[in-house]
Design a protein. Structure first.
Length: 216
């Protein structure tokens, strides 16, 4: 955590603090709570889908004495303590639904991240500003669903590949990290039901019951 939103938090600085061994600046465990509020808007016209996912984050932790912000690794920003931040993911996708490419989805994602700093997140002689954003990144996305069988408990296994390049960032457009280094995600997801659906279970067992009655 850091005393001000203007504090240095580049990758180089974070590594230096982590390697210092100084308990006054090194990583430490904290307690508190984190709240996420989200709104999702989706639309599809034929094979083209658009999805906008807006999320607000509120954090309140017991930070080190004198610190008012902390590095949020997922958002890649200094999160204000007892304050809010947001992300907005905008996806434009093309879904292949026929032929050999069935199950393939290609598109792009644009991501905006912003922290809402207040006067309390700055030093006593600092003015209210936006030193860390908003940040912007954009890049291609690829998803491939291997099969879609709603009758299976393990269904729609999907490989996800996302590579976004920074258009605006305090450190990732050349100040500390080259703009050619992307934000990269390799993921896997699936859908399923831990317990069988009673309706589908009834459909599967009903033929057996009928056969038993006929045999009787």
């Amino acid at each position: 955590s850091f005393p001000s939103a203007t504090s240095e938090w580049s990758d180089t600085e974070l590594d230096r603090l982590d390697d210092s061994g100084d308990p006054a600046v090194d990583n430490y465990s904290i307690a508190g709570h984190h709240v996420t509020l989200s709104a999702l808007l989706q639309a599809k016209v034929k094979n083209i889908a658009v999805r906008d996912n807006l999320k607000f984050y509120y954090a309140s932790y017991d930070l080190r004495d004198g610190d008012t912000v902390y590095y949020h690794q997922t958002l890649d920003i200094l999160q204000p303590n007892d304050g809010w931040s947001l992300t907005n993911d905008l996806d434009v996708l093309y879904l292949f639904e026929k032929g050999r490419a069935n199950g393939l989805t290609l598109g792009a994602r644009y991501t905006l991240t912003h922290a809402f700093y207040q006067a309390k997140h700055f030093g006593p002689f600092e003015t209210l500003s936006r030193p860390n954003g908003p940040t912007h990144r954009v890049g291609p996305a690829l998803l491939y669903t291997f099969f879609d069988r709603p009758d299976l408990r393990f269904n729609k296994p999907t490989l996800i590949v996302l590579a976004q390049f920074w258009a605006a960032h305090r450190y990732r457009t050349g100040a500390d990290v080259s703009a050619a280094v992307p934000y990269f995600v390799l993921g896997f997801r699936f859908q399923g039901e831990f317990l069988p659906n009673p309706a589908s279970w009834h459909e599967k067992t009903e033929p057996k019951r009928k056969r038993r009655r006929s045999a009787a």
